[in-house]
Design a protein around this ligand. Sequence first.
Ligand code: GDP
Ligand code: IMO
Ligand code: MG
Length: 420
Amino acid sequence: MVDVVLGLQWGDEGKGKIVDVLTPKYDVVARFQGGPNAGHSLEFNGKKFVLNTIPSGIFHEHCINIIGNGVVIDPVQLKKEIEKATEAGVDLKKNLFISQKAHLILPTHRLVDAASEAHKGEHKIGSTLRGISPTYQDKIGRSGLRIGDILNPNFKHKYEAAAQIHRKLLDSLNFNYNLAEHEPAFFEAVEFIKQFKIINSEYVINDLISKGKKVLAEGAQGTLLDIDFGSYPFVTSSNTITGGACTGLGIAPQQINKVYGIFKAYCTRVGSGPFPTEQINETGEKLRKLGHEFGATTGRPRRTGWLDLPTLKYSIMLNGVTDLICTKSDVLSGFDDVLVCNQYNIDGQITSELPFNLNDIQVNPIYQTFNGWNEDLTKIRKYADLPDTFKNYMDFVEKEIGVGVGVISVGPDREETIMR
Ligand code: GDP
Ligand code: IMO
Ligand code: MG
């Protein structure tokens, strides 16, 4: 049996925290896509961790953590993460499993990412510059290198062949770079990773499932950054939706049971691209300040805005969400009014459907306004104890989207969670 956790907006919905909270009910946590563009934060016992590649179940001793075939891995980044988690007392040699089929981010992929963003100029995607797009391009172009290749005596030769093509590309983009600066750390990290369990993950996961183990599949990014259904081209390069869990782990669709969809009580986005409910004003500043909305991976300020139900409904539809989780509800305390967009006005047409392209058109959100609340929600542990004004807001959201919100997160810590 596999349950899936994923983000319904533009990423950073609080997936790391929620996976950590749900892990006690699971035997396995498996990341299915993305790479170190992700930054998943978790907090417990007064400590805070940010994971980029390692699944967010890692701080629970009983739990097997698998980096699936759909993930792209930067050995340098993974080594740093492993070292940090080891310092915190986690035995990763026991609990971390890495798919042989996960693709490798090479130093040249990171350079090509930077070069292509520079080349796009003001039309840049605002990528995390972690080499994600060039690595997935090579995967789809059938010229990528995979984790299993590092065990091959020929690895250096394969690396050289790939890097040579990337160097030609970098030269054609007139990009200045010094590859020699990056290669020693890369090869050192490749050697380091060989100590961990490199596995045929599709067999291992299916074997665990057939033995009755419970698997939680952890997504990265969010549905609105999905390569097919996100605000293309301002997206990431993988399928972030439930379907991505099947291809990114090698599990059949009928194995999937619950789909937990996480949304923030408002919206954020990092990088370029359309954002209909964005607040480029004092409200937006206040959301950013109260929500500490700065990227966990790059530190960039996140763009902020009100909750957007047309996009949320779209995400719920694409993912088959069975259980909704609302995070960062506490951040909305202290606003006189809380707004929710439930329809768009596009050229005089009222719609709650997303148009083909949000990029070049004027989308005017139509808002419902709710009375705000001043109570601090972070100490509340029972739904009944939440202010009525908050409940009115949540009732409206649930009614509009037609799925119940089972978990309300009221702070970054494990404990700051209301289960309904
Ligand atoms: P992820 O990428 O989906 O795992 O989310 P991030 O970790 O990038 O961003 C979410 C941020 O909000 C992190 O700093 C979390 O510690 C924090 N966070 C998660 N849930 C809550 C919550 O309910 N309230 C508040 N105030 N912060 C939260
Ligand atoms: P988590 O898992 C928020 C955004 C980038 C950029 C676009 C493409 O922490 O939610 P990429 O580096 O993937 O080529 O960048 O996607 N992006 C994210 N935004 N959270 C993330 O991950 C993101 N991963 C990528 O900012 O706009
Ligand atoms: Mg994040």
